[in-house]
Design a protein around this ligand. Structure first.
Ligand code: ZN
Ligand code: FE
Ligand code: FE
Ligand code: ZN
Length: 263
């Protein structure tokens, strides 16, 4: 099984479990390697679903605990960093705060709108689906082009609640894939989408095929917010990756990548 590089911790205030429970779940799932990538702190209080900057030492303790429980299974240390316009300086600063194995770039905000938050779902009607998609994908491409991230998270997260414009969606996918390809970043297949309203993994097959054709490397991740979610639906994700033409995934250590065949 591929490494699971997208796992959260209770420091983000909406995940549960202990470090040892995540490690045990990874063993049960047959994973050879894992990485935590909890929601990154902001320079000051921003919202109620991330660790505070002063909690970073607790995050380092969590990683140490996981490593102690993991024996010879590598446990990577990462962050899922929110892309906000003008956020480069803070991302740069965070990148220097620890010896991260990789950084995941995520778009969860369109301006002040946290579009993947069920409490803010109503705003899809205010924006209109097409406008929401335009803004989302522009930010996604911008985040990739910043070259600050090793992996771009859940590429088509904007579909989470089932809001998808009619017709061929490649008009949004193509420029986004081009930006990721140009940046050298990888993407992830994120299996969590299967368990949201949209009921399919991120990204959709046509996006994945375009990414494969453009030579964008891949990771396969669960976005676990509880131990039971570690490595969830990885067999199906590997099938999806292969169906899109992928035959390898990436591993990361110290922000250096290794290519591993998909078995
Ligand atoms: Zn989360
Ligand atoms: Fe996310
Ligand atoms: Fe996440
Ligand atoms: Zn995520």
């Amino acid at each position: 099984m591929p490494a699971d590089y997208h796992m959260h911790t209770p420091l983000c205030r909406h995940a549960s479990g202990t470090a040892a429970e995540y490690v045990a779940a990874a063993r049960v799932a047959g994973l050879a390697e894992i990485g935590f990538s909890d929601h990154s702190p902001m320079p000051s209080y921003y919202d109620d679903w991330r660790m505070l900057a002063e909690e970073l030492p607790l995050y380092f303790d969590w990683i140490a605990e996981a490593r102690a429980a993991a024996g010879d299974m590598p446990v990577r240390m990462a962050l899922e960093v929110d892309w906000l316009e003008g956020g480069e300086a803070w991302t740069e600063e965070l990148a220097g705060r620890a010896s991260w194995d990789y950084l995941i770039g995520s778009v969860h905000y369109i301006g002040a709108w946290n579009f993947d938050n069920p409490a803010d779902k109503q705003k899809f009607s205010d924006f209109g689906t097409e406008e929401a998609w335009d803004r989302y994908w522009a930010l996604f491409a911008q985040a990739a082009r910043s070259r600050m991230f090793d992996i771009m998270a859940h590429p088509d997260l904007i579909k989470k609640f089932g809001h998808r414009p009619a017709g061929d969606l490649r008009r949004w996918y193509e420029p986004a894939v081009a930006a990721v390809a140009e940046s050298g970043a990888a993407i992830e297949i994120n299996t969590a989408g299967l368990f949201k309203d949209v009921a399919e993994m991120y990204p959709a097959m046509p996006f994945l095929q375009l990414a494969r054709e453009a030579g964008v490397p891949l990771t396969i991740n669960s976005d676990a917010h509880a131990p039971a979610e570690v490595g969830r639906s990885f067999t199906a994700a590997v099938e999806l990756a292969k169906a899109a033409g992928y035959d390898s995934v990436l591993r990361f250590a110290g922000r250096q990548r290794t290519v591993v065949p998909l078995s």
